[in-house]
Design a protein around this ligand. Structure first.
Ligand code: COA
Length: 181
């Protein structure tokens, strides 16, 4: 049996926007693409105003425990979703969203509640931005994994994300309606 470590509280974490002072090269994840993005692209994308990456440090150890990258997005209304909004009197072709471009917890900190805190953070951020500009959804492209313990679609569904489009291969686009609680 694997030992269950206690959940990490928000007060034990320090959130910083990535900058040239940050050292990310030791970050470890079973998803190599998410390590490569952090080390090679996160800062560059931020400097080009393509996305913003929030680094999450575990205060007691000062280790980088995870990161979440966000950017502006829109959902093209199609199929059932288009019908749903038409019924509600909304006839636009697309609606605004905040996208979770990347979200990753370090292998050393998995299962300690940081992923949950990062989703809650994205929801709070979306609600905050949504006071200044229209913002209806949170979107993401979830990675599939043959190992059900590593399949992030189940993780996102826990927080009310729904499948936008089923795809045979690659990532699955998901969305969460900020009005549907
Ligand atoms: C998915 C991920 C972010 C979860 O982070 P975490 O900090 O381990 O998650 P938490 O500890 O907050 O777990 C929250 C709940 O989700 C469950 N869970 C965690 N990872 C899961 C996964 N991959 N699939 C299904 N459920 C998962 C946990 O069992 C927990 O359930 P509980 O509340 O019933 O105990 C993390 O596994 C990760 O970074 N994976 C690699 C990158 C990735 O897949 N990112 C998302 C797509 S870009």
């Amino acid at each position: 049996m694997e030992e269950q470590l206690p959940k990490i509280k928000l007060e034990e974490l320090r959130i910083e926007i990535i900058s040239p002072i940050h050292e990310t090269s030791n970050f470890k994840s079973y998803e190599p693409e998410l390590v490569d993005f952090l080390i090679e692209d996160a800062l560059d994308n931020q400097q080009k105003k393509i996305s913003t990456t929030y680094l999450w440090f575990h205060k007691p150890t000062n280790e980088l425990a995870g990161y979440v990258t966000v950017l502006a997005d829109a959902i093209n209304l199609q199929g059932e979703l288009k019908e749903y909004f038409r019924q509600a009197g909304i006839f636009y072709r697309s609606l605004p969203a905040l996208k979770i471009g990347r979200l990753c917890v370090s292998d050393d900190y998995l299962g300690r509640g940081i992923g949950t805190l990062m989703i809650e953070f994205a929801i709070i951020l979306a609600e905050k931005i949504g006071k200044d500009i229209g913002l209806r959804f949170i979107t993401t492209d979830a990675k599939r994994n043959p190992d059900p313990r590593k399949d992030s679609i189940h993780f996102y569904k826990k927080f009310g994300f729904e499948i936008l489009k089923q795809r045979e291969k690659g990532t699955i686009p998901l969305y969460k309606d900020l009005i549907k609680k």
